[in-house]
Design a binder for this molecule. Sequence first.
Ligand code: S3P
Length: 424
Amino acid sequence: MEKLVKNISKGLVGEITIPSDKSISHRAIMLSSLANGKSIIKNFSKGQDPLSSLKVCRDLGIDAEFQNEDLIVHSTGKLKTPQTDLDCGNSGTTMRFMSGILAGQNFNSTLIGDESLSKRPMKRVIEPLSLMGAKIEADNFKAPLNIYGQKLHGIEYNSPLASAQVKSCILLAGLNCDEPTTVIEPYISRDHTERMLKFMGANIKTDNNKTIISKSELEPKTIEICGDISSAAFFIVAALIVPNSKIILKNVGLNPTRTGILDVVEKMGGNIEILDKKEISGEEVGDIKISYSNLKACTIEGEIIPKLIDELPVIAVLASQAEGQTIIKDAQDLRNKETDRIKATVAELKKLGADIEETPDGFIINGKSELNGDCTVESYHDHRLAMSLYVAGLICKKQININGFEWVNISFPEFENLFEKIIM
Ligand code: S3P
């Protein structure tokens, strides 16, 4: 699907509620499937990725049905032998988390994915799971993953990557081991899994970037999922760069392992304010007020990277509108996402007129540049690229055309409708 995006001169004004967090939705359906009893998940994401996790859990014998807006999950806490290959679609989180859950079952299973997911690296999970005794066959460490269920044992794992997907995969495998399992990360990555495991009564301890899990039974719960800060990011950036904008985003998850974008906006001098902070189902949540700002460049590197990894393409758009040189480093794992997001972001923002260069582990962006637009750009079948380009299109002098805009549905089907509500 092609999408035309035009310059908006009158700004973005109003208040919108940000839809459900994709990361937390994956965890909610998977952990509820492992709990014995009835769980209620409120505000489960309508994105295709969390729906892939839901489908995989159903194919493993879990009874999960929507009743109005709630997802009601009935489970005995045990999964059943699947009658089919388990299709993770485009979702790396589904594949990496499920590999940890399935490696320790008393049945065999196969995880498959779409073209993009089948190219993504799975060595990062196969290696630690193999150390726990898992048997996984995968050509060149890529999907399909043939998993031969085994009794696993606990390990202490020093992860070379600050990756929540790797950490969570090992912790989920560790849930059933007789010995404790420890994961140590170079920097702390998002900790939604640890929080939800705690919320559901698991025996888990965290100390900064070290997490220890011991054999646990999970209690079914009512889990209320907050709005996704990674979805909010597109509105945050749009309001900062479109003149005359002033918006409020309601119900945004503010887990400190996800709020790197807010720290960057503050460093750049953006007008941003957090209102009405509270806790829901073990996660911090609040409203965010943002208005158009004069921005200055900054350097983004080191331990903040995992806290904003998914926001970097739209932060590149933001940096194109900040005075000076923004340098983004230590983000080499962006090349392993739904597409190589360093290459793709640079290629497409250059077409629009941004001054942006690729480095091995990030970008160098010189601002502030006037974006001309007047061209067609590509989504690379990547939801976050499509949405970042839409945001850039709002300030281009001439209209742009985005190819493959339907990929937005992977995480944020409500994206365009919400923009239409606040475009003046
Ligand atoms: C996710 C973790 C991140 C992120 C992905 C979702 C998660 O991946 O990029 O979109 O839900 O745990 P890594 O942890 O591998 O960086």
